[in-house]
Design a binder for this molecule. Structure first.
Ligand SMILES: [Zn+2]
Length: 178
């Protein structure tokens, strides 16, 4: 589930819901959504053979990537909501990955994986809750073999496009009526 799609879709929808309250420009928060997938760039080091071992979920998947945007959010006075949005996108990525295999949350200070696993399985006509969390030596599930964008993601995207079209149509009629 923690595909590229979920990493962008989930935090964008959350921010859009609060955009009016916090006076965030929808255009700005959509264009900044790139930061919601940026941590996964650490997988490129291994893909392009820049590192002999995989640094995925290690290098850019720790709390220290928040230092620069957080400092800018605190120190810069004008347009600081940009840095707030970036912080939110980065935090959302860490949380989503924490629940889908775990991340090296405090690397390089603490070299272990933090993970949480919560599921409700449907087995033999009954629901079985599965809850597991803690610290591990390695990531549980790297999502290997899973699609970057799944069929379920496409269905959600279609629903989103339909609802956006409906609300945009309503808004258009409202503005025309003055
Ligand atoms: Zn990730």
């Amino acid at each position: 589930m923690s595909s590229l799609f979920s990493h962008i879709f989930i935090p964008v929808v959350i921010l859009l819901l609060f955009s009016e309250k916090f006076k965030l420009s929808p255009r700005e928060l959509i264009s900044l959504s790139f930061f919601a997938v940026l941590p996964d760039a650490d997988s490129l080091f291994f893909i392009f053979r820049l590192s002999p071992v995989s640094l995925h979920r290690v290098l850019f998947h720790n709390v220290f990537i928040l230092i620069v945007p957080l400092l800018l959010f605190i120190l810069v006075k004008s347009r600081r909501q940009v840095f707030g949005i970036i912080c939110f996108y980065l935090i959302s990525h860490l949380i989503l990955d924490l629940f889908t295999g775990g991340t090296f949350l405090f690397y390089p200070v603490y070299d272990k994986v933090f993970f949480a696993h919560a599921e409700i399985l449907f087995v033999n006509s009954s629901f079985i809750p599965v809850l597991d969390y803690g610290i591990s030596d390695k990531i549980m599930n790297m999502g290997i073999g899973e699609p970057a964008v799944s069929s379920e993601n496409i269905a959600v995207a279609i629903l989103l496009v339909i609802s956006t079209a409906i609300s945009a149509g309503k808004l258009y009629r409202k503005t025309r009526q003055g």
